[in-house]
Design a protein around this ligand. Structure first.
Ligand code: ATP
Ligand code: MG
Length: 747
């Protein structure tokens, strides 16, 4: 047997060797799905005579792509370079850049990220005279994204709309798309949708890619949405010339329903490819049996599940799961820090092999504070990311304008940053000019002389702005991105402004700009190294050049999970802090699943819809199954919310884990009596009730309140720790009370 097949069990080997019909591998966490994909690629190259250029492997994050490339590299050497191992977005972008002319686009089109798209929608909401409080740009963004993920265009959305809301969304959607086009820009969803459109409108283009990529593989298939699924089908084809397709996924790990991912994709797969072969993997190689039993105990409670799976492990039972209830979030974090120190000291784990997961980004702060104090090296994945910082976005806006002179959102962002006398009035004049001439906003800036209403000061500012851009654009034709950035930072006076500022935060901003130039420089170096590689040139992948558009593309695609620390960076590595969503596909020896407080995880928002609750439960399953050896479950019990202590009951997921698997510890009994500022309202310290003790009331129930006496319930809202009742005490307006706090009992 060759090397590529050793270290595989029987069904894994079958999956690696399978040829011809489409292959679907549905299997639980840690059963080697990703490993099968990697070995399959190796096998295709080594045994089936495939050329690396014929392989397209799609992963969920750039990080996962890099890892897969590395593993394949280890198997087949530098030939791996010619493969496309990319995320959906980066693969589509490569295709779109090459084929842009067919869609009538310039190949220098700009990518609008979430923030850019939001700005554009804010403008549209304003222009349409809508009330942004009632119909927020954020809401429109979500609605439009949902439509795009379903491949529904603005006209279709308008035709399908059967109420005023739907019509309004369709209207805003149409405006939004038109403005994107005028700005030569696409949003993230368009990257996928436009590629599908390209393939459907130009079958010969689809065919040429189908002939090129004879082997298509998709990891984390359960999280693809309809648009991505359609893309795969177009790419692979269903006729005689179809390519070989292999997808792997786990319905229990589908955690992107909010982005349109559905179980439907597995159903559609079996419908579109009736001869597909399905392979199940049941042996888990990652975790101990105890950890698997806990994960199974939780996921068992979902009704909407894929095929039945029985995961088992050969690793033995392993140690028990440790549980801890803190006094509050700081105590929870301190316990985690202690435990990490203890394990590292005992040589059981390293910092780099430890991870802390939480439901929401804000939870990282308590951990960070303790880690800094204790000197535990750590890294937060996500949060306020480098590329979201104001100064970085400002400079990138300038850079984007040198690549795409029609980029309206970027131009509006920086036309008066740093200040050069271009106020709202002048901007409005330019917008009017742009509308009159039917050109983009930045194009109108260049024709400012045709806008008579602009003041002399603003006119001078705008001319200076255009001059800076024109010079940088000229430089960008020949120079690498870091040089263009350097010039822009100097010419705009941006750096000077920061250096002269007395605001202490501006020092950090200067560092961030230096870091941005360094990132560009690193990018150039990497590209130069890559393209001088003979193999790389031979395969025609040299379209990655060290220029501004390629750099911008690189920046646009760097996702959350990509800032995971390089374990080599520091001896022993650093502890990783991340949300559960970014943890997908990863594994660590030591895992802390924190914040298991009902209302936080499962999140309060999911309490009212069974479907949402099932998604939260899948998220818990993903978290639990990341652990190899040491799993910890923690909660805070009491948390400070807006400066007030809030009491939480234990997460319902904890009750779903067989009790004998967990060994619990508590710092102290959870506080029942908490003094707080609002004491005055009640005349005595507030009694925080346990969730189980909150009176369960119906409208019409008679109750008694320690202070206000007898009353009758007239209305209810909220649930769990946030349940409230409106009670009529017969003395005027009925009063709202928080049931967890109010001294109310049912009669
Ligand atoms: P997830 O659902 O979390 O993405 P997965 O199914 O993709 O998990 P992998 O990450 O491929 O699982 O594998 C989990 C771990 O088990 C990895 O460390 C992998 O190297 C190991 N593994 C998988 N199959 C085998 C095998 N046959 N022999 C030894 N180790 C294996
Ligand atoms: Mg995997």
């Amino acid at each position: 047997m060759n090397d590529l097949l050793t270290g595989l069990n029987e069904p894994q080997r079958q999956a690696v060797e399978h040829s011809g019909s489409p292959l679907l591998i549905v299997a639980g966490a840690g059963s080697g799905k990703t490993r099968v994909l990697t070995h399959r690629i190796g096998h295709l190259l080594a045994e089936r005579g495939a050329h690396p250029g014929e392989i397209l492997a799609i992963t969920f994050t750039n990080k996962a792509a890099a890892e897969m490339r590395e593993r394949v590299d280890a198997l087949v050497g530098p030939r791996s370079r010619a493969m496309w191992v990319l995320t959906f977005h980066s693969a589509c972008l490569r295709i779109l850049r090459r084929e842009a002319h067919r869609l009538g686009w310039k190949s220098s089109f700009t990518i609008y990220d979430t923030d850019d798209a939001r700005r554009l929608l804010t403008q549209i909401v304003k222009d349409l005279g809508l009330d942004s409080k009632k119909q927020s740009p954020r809401w429109f963004a979500a609605e439009i994204s949902r439509l795009k993920n379903e491949l529904i265009g603005p006209e279709q959305a308008a035709a399908k709309a059967d109420d005023a809301r739907g019509k309004l969304v369709a209207d805003v959607y149409a405006q939004y798309d038109e403005r994107l086009r005028l700005a030569q820009a696409v949003d993230f969803d368009d990257i996928i949708g436009s590629t599908v459109h390209l393939f459907q409108a130009f079958p010969e283009v689809a065919k040429s890619y189908r002939m090129r990529f004879r082997h298509v593989m998709v990891d984390e298939y359960q999280d693809t949405n309809h648009a991505q699924y359609t893309l795969v089908r177009e790419l692979v084809g269903t006729g005689d010339d179809r390519a070989e397709l292999c997808v792997v996924g786990d319905a229990d790990q589908s955690i992107y329903a909010f982005r349109g991912a559905t179980i439907r994709n597995i159903i559609e797969f079996e419908r579109d490819f009736p001869d597909a072969k399905t392979i199940l993997l049941e042996q888990n190689y990652r975790s101990t049996q105890t950890i698997l039993d806990a994960a199974n105990g939780v996921i068992r409670n979902n009704t909407e599940r894929g095929r039945e799976k029985r995961l088992w492990s050969d690793e033995g039972p392993g140690g028990r799961i440790l549980g801890h209830t803190g006094d509050n979030e700081h105590d929870e974090a301190a316990w985690v820090a202690n435990r990490i120190d203890e394990l590292v000291d005992a040589g059981e784990t390293s910092f780099g092999d430890s991870a802390i997961f939480y439901r929401t980004n804000a939870q990282s702060r308590a951990f960070e504070e303790v880690f800094v104090r204790r000197g535990i090296p750590y890294k937060v994945v996500g949060g306020v990311r480098f590329y979201e910082r104001r100064e970085v976005r400002d400079m990138l806006a300038y850079l984007k304008l040198t690549a795409n002179p029609d980029d309206t959102v970027s131009a509006m962002r920086v036309v008066n940053t740093p200040k050069r006398g271009v106020g709202d009035r002048a901007v409005a004049e330019v917008e009017a000019l742009a509308a009159r001439l039917r050109i983009s906003f930045p194009a109108a800036l260049h024709r400012i002389d045709e806008a008579p209403g602009v003041s002399g000061r603003a006119r001078t500012g705008i001319k200076r702005f255009c001059e800076i851009l024109d010079e940088a654009t000229a430089l960008a034709q020949t120079a690498p991105p870091e040089e263009v950035l350097d010039k822009l930072i100097a010419d705009t006076g941006y750096l000077e402004g920061l250096e002269q500022s007395t605001d202490p935060r501006d020092e950090g901003r200067v560092e961030n700009l230096q870091e941005l130039v360094a990132v560009a420089h690193e990018f150039t170096e990497a590209v130069v190294r890559g393209t001088t590689d003979a193999e790389f040139e031979e395969t025609g992948e040299a379209d990655l050049t060290a220029d501004v558009p390629s750099f911008l593309e690189h920046v646009a695609l760097v996702s959350d999970a990509d800032s995971i620390p390089d374990p080599e960076a520091e001896e022993g590595g650093v502890v990783t802090l991340m949300t559960l969503h970014t943890a997908k596909g990863l594994e660590f020896d030591t895992v802390f699943l924190t914040g298991l407080d009902d209302g936080l995880f499962p999140h309060e928002r999911s309490m009212n819809k069974p479907g949402d609750m099932e998604e939260e439960r899948r998220l818990a399953y993903v978290g639990l199954t990341r652990a190899r050896k040491h799993l910890h479950l923690t909660r805070a019990g009491t948390r400070n919310i807006f400066g007030q202590p809030e009491y939480y009951a234990a997460s319902r997921f904890l009750a779903e884990i067989p009790g004998d698997l967990i060994e619990w510890s508590e710092s102290a009994p959870p506080p029942r009596v908490v003094k707080s500022k609002s004491t005055a309202n009640f005349g005595s310290p507030i009694v925080m009730r346990n969730a189980a003790d909150i009176p369960s009331l119906d409208v019409g129930d008679r109750v008694t309140h320690d202070k206000w006496g007898l009353g009758r319930v007239v209305e209810l809202k909220g649930s769990g720790p946030r349940a409230q009742a409106r009670i009529d005490f017969g003395d005027g307006e009925p009063k709202w009370v928080i049931l967890r706090l109010a001294p109310v009992s049912k009669l």
